[in-house]
Design a protein around this ligand. Structure first.
Ligand code: ZN
Ligand code: ZN
Length: 355
C-alpha cells in the first residue's frame, strides 16, 4: 500500500543510526485495506467524482453494482478503469494518491489530505448524510424529544418526574396529536431503532440506573403511549414490543391521562390557529441538507411545522450538522443540534431492520 511505500522510502532516505540526524516524526498509523471492495469503492468514488470530475450519478450507479460482483478491491479498480475508460496504471496511481482521503490520521506528504484533517482546520468535520426514509423517521422523533426539553426549559414547565421520560412522552404526543399522517411510520421506526440498540446489550445487563430508561423500556413506553392515542391505528406497534391484551388495556387507561395532561399543558403555549412563530428556525449544512430536504413531506418541513407552533419568547434553532456526536438541546444557545454521525447510525439500523 502507498502508505507503507512512503514509510519505507523515508526510512531509506534517512542515514542509518546517525546521531546528527533528527528522528523522523512518528508516522500515523493507517489501517486502510484496499483489498476490501467496500474500501476500494469509497476511494474510487473520490477519485472519479472529485479527481476525474465524472458525473456522481454514474459513479454511484456503477460502484453500487460493481462492488457486489467484485470480491477483491483490485478487481473492482480494474473494472472501474474499463468502465470509465481510464488507463489501468493511471487509475492505480490515482487510487494510491487518494488512498487516505477517508482516514482520520494526520495528512501524509504526497497524498491527498484526509477530509477529516481538512475540516478539522475549519472546525467542523463534515460527514455527508445518506438520504434514508427510516433514518429521517427516527430523527424526527429524536428532534421532537429534544424539542420537549426545549419546551420544558423555555416555558418553565414543572418537571414532576423524570425529564427524559417526559421528553419521550412529549415527542410521542406531538406525533399522534399533530402529525397523525406521519406518526405510525415514525414511532415504528423509533421503536425498531431502540430495540436494535437494546439487543446490542445482553438482556441480563440491561441497566436500571441512570437518568435515561434503558432502550427496551423506552420502546415499550413509547408504544404504550401510541396505543393510548389510537388503539387500532397503532396495534402493530404494540405487537412490536410484545404487549399483551391486558397491557394494552392498562396503557389505554394511564396513557389517556398522559395525553390529556400534555394537551392541557401545551394549549396555552401554542400560536393561534393558522399562525406561525417567527422565533423558530431550522438550518441544515452541506452535509445534512439533502437528507433533511428529501421526501414529501420532508424532515425539514415537519420539524419546522412542529417548532413554529410554539409561541417562543426568543429565537430557538434546530441545527442539522455533519459532525460527530448525538443530538442535544443547548440551553444557553437555545439550539437543538443534531449531528450527522447520529443520523448515520439510524441509517445503518434501517439497513439492518430491512435485512
Ligand atoms: Zn490512511
Ligand atoms: Zn433527553
Amino acid at each position: 500500500m502507498g502508505w507503507q511505500v512512503l514509510a519505507s522510502a523515508q526510512e531509506a532516505a534517512a542515514p542509518a543510526a546517525s546521531e546528527q540526524q533528527p528522528q523522523p516524526p512518528a508516522l500515523p498509523v493507517c489501517v486502510i485495506d484496499l483489498r476490501l471492495p467496500g474500501v476500494m469503492s469509497d476511494i474510487l468514488s473520490n477519485v472519479l467524482i472529485r479527481g476525474e470530475q465524472r458525473p456522481e450519478s454514474e459513479v454511484n450507479a456503477f460502484l453500487e453494482e460493481a462492488k457486489l460482483s467484485h470480491p477483491r478491491g483490485e478487481d473492482l479498480r480494474k473494472a472501474a478503469a474499463d468502465h470509465f475508460k481510464i488507463d489501468q496504471k493511471r487509475l492505480e496511481e490515482l487510487v494510491e494518491f487518494w488512498g487516505h482521503v477517508n482516514c482520520k490520521h494526520a495528512a501524509i506528504p504526497g497524498y491527498a489530505i484526509p477530509d477529516a484533517v481538512v475540516s478539522a482546520a475549519t472546525g467542523e468535520r463534515l460527514i455527508p448524510v445518506t438520504v434514508s426514509a427510516f433514518a429521517a423517521d427516527v430523527t424526527l422523533h429524536v428532534v421532537l424529544h429534544e424539542l420537549g426539553h426545549a419546551v420544558i426549559r423555555e416555558f418553565d414547565l414543572m418537571v414532576l418526574g423524570n425529564e427524559e421520560t417526559m421528553a419521550d412522552a412529549f415527542a410521542t404526543h406531538m406525533l399522534t396529536e399533530y402529525f397523525p399522517e406521519r406518526a405510525h411510520a415514525v414511532i415504528a421506526a423509533l421503536v425498531t431503532s431502540l430495540m436494535i440498540e437494546a439487543d446490542e446489550v445482553p438482556r441480563n445487563e440491561w441497566t436500571v440506573r441512570g437518568e435515561h430508561d434503558n432502550d427496551a423500556r423506552r420502546a415499550y413506553q413509547i408504544a404504550a403511549l401510541a396505543i393510548a392515542a389510537d388503539e387500532r391505528k397503532y396495534a402493530s406497534i404494540a405487537a412490536m414490543v410484545g404487549m399483551s391484551e391486558r397491557e394494552i388495556g392498562s396503557a389505554l387507561d394511564y396513557g389517556a391521562d398522559i395525553h390529556r395532561a400534555w394537551r392541557r399543558t401545551l394549549a396555552p403555549l401554542l400560536m393561534p390557529a393558522g399562525k406561525e412563530s417567527t422565533e423558530a428556525r431550522v438550518r441544515a449544512d452541506d452535509a445534512t441538507q439533502a437528507f433533511v430536504d428529501a421526501g414529501e413531506p420532508s424532515l425539514r418541513s415537519t420539524v419546522e411545522s412542529a417548532i413554529k407552533r410554539f409561541d417562543w419568547h426568543s429565537q430557538v434553532t434546530v441545527d442539522f450538522v455533519g459532525g460527530d456526536g448525538g443530538a442535544a438541546w443547548n440551553r444557553s444557545k437555545r439550539t437543538i443540534k443534531v449531528n450527522g454521525e447520529y443520523i448515520g447510525r439510524f441509517f445503518a439500523q434501517g439497513v439492518e431492520a430491512e435485512a
